[in-house]
Design a binder for this molecule. Structure first.
Ligand code: RNT
Ligand code: ZN
Length: 416
């Protein structure tokens, strides 16, 4: 079947495929730098384990060990993926030159100058994350620590990150989403649940007292239900993070990571719930299996449902980022597969007759709504996807994996 035939089929369902393709090209998706090196970064000893309750499993060869390697791998991924991209950086990816090193409380915009150069040359915007884990100053708490010296260190880190985010936004001419997430919590039943949360709240207040233009820097508060080693309690629980954002709407927005809820809860349903109150929200799209396992994003039902809600509620109100890290497979393929799948899910959402679905619900014709939704599942999506890839100058399905295999043979497999 040709694209034109597929287009006619969609037209019969009340959908304009050309318009869907055009709309998708304008939706930015933030590509997380941390899939390439198992969330290690460049500012601490890479032999030390990841902390903060997150974990990468697997030791597939080819992990990027230097900024140059990570950038080279990112370049391969960017070429394999259609769509508008931003680069999502963590503070731990600071690039130090001439033997210099700065601790996290002393990071400066210039430590990200190389990333600005990288983004400028590729027309990318950037998002940013303070790194409140994998560092000797985690005691193991950070922003919620009862130790004032620890807490101050991490507050200074957060403030430094606001300044870096402003710099990224100004240099790249696009807003920078800056996400605050800590793994603060306890393995077992706490003796005090309130204290850490009050300190966490006060710490975020202090971080956000650093001046910034809310149109350029968008601080987010990411919640989490539990982590490895923090099974019983997290300071930044869903209610905590959401309440913080709700009480500070003029300063920050809530961020939902779909790996951070109980397994039967779905973020797709939470998107319109939050957007009924917040002008904007942010998302980390991942794939949890039984827990926050951060598997590669697939073109699966919940990813598609999340994208349907993004499209229905208005993609301009949702800051979309990916967040997963699989170290057991080729990392470049993991990156590209997840990014392409999110693009597929967005495209398939844009290929829905949203107005008609809404009308059927409003007139109470749930039979026709179900029939329509089911028949859409077998509409010729693949042809529209291929056309979208072609328009974007990206490879179609079946045309990109060979390049990854070659890159693995020529480059990745030679890394020690
Ligand atoms: C961890 C959070 C957080 C991190 C990244 C690396 O559970 O999802 O967003 O994955 O900041
Ligand atoms: Zn996340």
């Amino acid at each position: 079947m040709s694209y034109n035939e597929a287009k006619a089929k969609y037209a019969a369902l009340g959908v304009d495929a050309d318009r869907a393709i055009k709309a998708l090209s304008a939706i930015p998706v933030s590509l997380h730098c941390w899939q390439g090196d198992d969330v290690r970064g460049f500012d601490t000893d890479p032999s030390k384990p990841l902390t903060g309750g997150i974990q990468t499993t697997g030791n597939y060869p080819g992990r990027a060990r230097t900024p140059e390697e990570l950038m080279a791998d990112l370049d391969v991924v960017l070429k394999l993926c259609p769509g508008q991209k931003k680069l999502n950086l963590h503070a731990s990816y600071a690039i130090f030159e001439d033997g210099e090193w700065a601790d996290r409380d002393k990071l400066e915009p210039r430590h990200f100058a190389k990333w600005v150069e990288f983004c400028k040359a590729r027309g990318l915007g950037a998002d940013f994350n303070p790194t409140f884990f994998s560092h000797p100053k985690c005691d193991p708490l950070t922003l919620s620590s009862p130790n004032e010296e620890t807490r101050r260190f991490w507050i200074e880190h957060g403030k430094a990150c606001i300044r870096i985010s402003s710099y990224l936004a100004k240099e790249l001419g696009q807003p920078c989403v800056m996400n605050i997430w800590t793994g603060d919590g306890f393995k077992d039943i706490p003796g005090d649940r309130m204290g850490p949360r009050i300190r966490y709240r006060e710490s975020i207040d202090e971080i956000l007292s650093e001046p910034y233009d809310f149109k350029l820097v968008k601080p987010c508060i990411e919640s989490k239900v539990f982590g490895i080693g923090v099974e019983a309690y997290t300071a930044g629980s869903a209610e905590f993070a959401l309440s913080y954002a709700a009480f500070n709407k003029d300063k920050c927005i809530p961020l939902m990571d779909n790996g951070h809820y109980h397994p039967t809860e779905v973020v797709s349903d939470k998107i319109p719930a939050l957007l009924a109150f917040f002008p904007e929200i942010a998302l980390h799209v991942t794939r949890p299996i039984r827990w926050d396992s951060d598997h590669v994003v697939l073109f699966d039902d919940e990813t598609r449902e999340i994208c349907r809600e993004i499209v229905r509620c208005g993609a301009e109100r949702v800051n979309i980022a990916l967040d997963y890290f699989d170290a057991s497979i080729n990392r470049v393929a993991a990156w590209a597969t997840g990014f392409r799948n999110l693009q597929k899910a967005l495209l398939s959402a844009l290929l829905q007759p949203a107005e008609e679905e809404k009308r059927l619900q409003e007139v109470g014709d749930f039979t026709k709504l179900m029939v329509l939704q089911e028949e859409l599942k077998t509409a010729p999506f693949g042809e529209v996807w291929d056309e979208y890839c072609r328009v974007c100058g990206a490879p179609a399905d079946g045309e990109w994996f060979g390049a990854v295999e070659k890159y693995e043979a020529d480059v990745l497999s030679k890394r020690g």
